[in-house]
Design a protein around this ligand. Structure first.
Ligand SMILES: Cc1cc2nc3c(=O)[nH]c(=O)nc-3n(C[C@H](O)[C@H](O)[C@H](O)COP(=O)(O)OP(=O)(O)OC[C@H]3O[C@@H](n4cnc5c(N)ncnc54)[C@H](O)[C@@H]3O)c2cc1C
Length: 425
């Protein structure tokens, strides 16, 4: 017999830092019945395998490890009585907010949600491996998989390591493998700039004498059963390998840290509009997606550099989800005013804003498309510049933000476009 459908006010999909902060905010905003669904056997998400410190500097003014940061949110969720189901995989979300789950304990369950918060995090890109010639021997790991093996399962994936890609996980794993007694020959990055935070380049590579080879990539992988060597070559401006620059590095392990992608299968199944740039949902000032009552936050929305920003953003999604669930909702067909990313700005989150529905101020987050020195971040309301802030250095690996003030937006009659862009001076 088919089970009766359950009902909950706010259903949060994913129990990582985004899901936890959203659930806490929803509960604090008065939603009585908040349920977190997590496929893993514990809450905390990717933070559970991040045993290095550096988390929570903004939120707690302390340097916490990943599990410590997560524990603070789990404790708060416990205090507030946030319900959770672990070992529970969400397999479908309908546009009408019916969430289908599968678990060993309960089998298939269907839950009708007053509001849904998407907080499924992201996955690692495999791209670097697929584009590289050679066999597919053992010894090729994504950096996140290697991190899980070392930090949670007590396994050392290799002893002589080359890392392709300079995303934060790769940088952190360069240090981790060195501390565990492995030798990391180099980190090769195809772009002329690193994809990771400056502080991670200093603390994880420079401090350990590990070279970062910018504008370099892996052009060959040797070994049939196990990796025996990789060849690295310099690339030209078109990212094509330059003949004659090849250097062979004998090694037993190649780690890939070539970027992260929002985990968006469920967003798709719910019919949520996705951004071609972030690959996460398109959202408004409430972090509501194109499907009413479905909100998104954390790495499923856009890939973050610092968890503090994940928590801040998720609190907005949780609060708005609680409000939505309380209803009644007036149908709102207007998408608000578009926030346009231009000249050096790759995207903005949110991508449209309704000044009548926003709070006194709104944080708009974005990333730049290259390394820039001594540029100004400018905000235009139509053709009028209202912000012009100098930044000494900006890089794609670091998230940037501007704060929009509601009175400014309301004072601008007939506002049709908000533009965020970089300018020389
Ligand atoms: C290696 C590494 C190092 C980092 N270092 C730092 C650092 O030093 N400082 C810092 O501030 N930040 C750091 N970060 C960034 C920070 O950890 C992330 O930004 C943050 O964890 C993202 O939170 P999230 O909740 O969006 O995603 P996640 O932490 O990935 O959580 C998503 C959760 O959703 C669950 N889930 C996914 N799909 C489903 C489904 N279908 N059903 C049920 N559950 C599902 C997953 O199991 C997971 O628990 C690091 C990240 C990594 C990967």
């Amino acid at each position: 017999m088919r089970k009766a459908i359950e009902r909950h006010d706010v259903v949060v999909v994913g129990g990582g830092p985004a899901g936890l902060a959203a659930a806490i905010a929803a509960r604090e905003a008065g939603a009585d019945d908040v349920l977190v669904l997590e496929r893993d056997s514990q809450l905390g998400g990717i933070l559970n395998q991040c045993i290095h410190n550096g988390f929570g500097l903004h939120t707690f003014k302390e340097e916490l490890t990943g599990p410590e940061y997560a524990a603070r949110y789990v404790d708060r969720a416990d205090e507030l009585g946030v319900a959770r189901r672990l070992g529970t995989m969400v397999v479908d979300i309908s546009a009408g907010r019916v969430v289908t789950t599968v678990s060993a304990a309960e089998g298939v369950t269907r839950i009708a949600a007053g509001a849904v918060v998407l907080a499924m995090g992201c996955r690692e890109r495999p791209r670097g491996a697929l584009a590289t010639p050679g066999h597919r021997p053992a010894g090729i790991y994504s950096a996140g998989t290697a991190q899980r093996l070392v930090n949670m399962e007590g396994q050392l994936p290799g002893r002589e390591v080359v890392i392709l890609g300079s995303g934060d996980i790769g940088l952190i794993m360069a240090r981790r493998m060195t501390l565990e007694g492995a030798h990391v020959a180099c980190v090769a990055e195809i772009m002329p700039y690193s994809g990771g935070l400056k502080r991670n380049i200093v603390q994880c590579l420079d401090d350990y004498g590990i070279p970062l080879l910018l504008s370099h990539t892996v052009v060959d992988i040797e070994g049939r059963r196990r990796v025996e060597a990789v060849t690295i070559a310099e690339v030209d401006e078109g990212l094509r390998p330059i003949a004659g620059t090849e250097v062979r590095h004998p090694c037993d392990t190649l780690m890939l840290s070539v970027g992260l992608l929002p985990e968006n299968e469920l967003s798709r199944s719910a019919g949520v509009e996705l951004s071609a740039v972030t690959r996460g949902p398109v959202v408004d000032q409430d972090l509501q997606t194109s499907v009413p009552g479905i909100f998104a936050c954390g790495n499923v929305l856009h890939v973050h550099d610092l968890v503090d920003f994940v928590s801040q953003e998720a609190a907005v999604a949780g609060l708005q989800a609680a409000r939505y669930a309380r209803g009644p909702q007036t149908p709102d067909d207007s998408r608000g005013i578009p926030v346009v990313a231009a000249e050096g700005v790759r995207y903005t989150v949110p991508s449209h804003v309704d000044p009548d529905r926003m709070g006194d101020s709104l944080t708009v987050r974005f990333r730049v498309d290259n390394e820039y020195r001594d540029r100004h971040v400018s905000v235009y309301l139509d053709d009028r510049r209202v912000q012009h802030r100098r930044r000494r250095i900006m890089a794609p690996g670091e998230m940037e933000q501007v704060v929009l003030r509601r009175p400014d937006l309301l004072a601008h009659e007939g506002l049709s476009r908000i533009t965020v862009k970089l300018e020389e001076a």
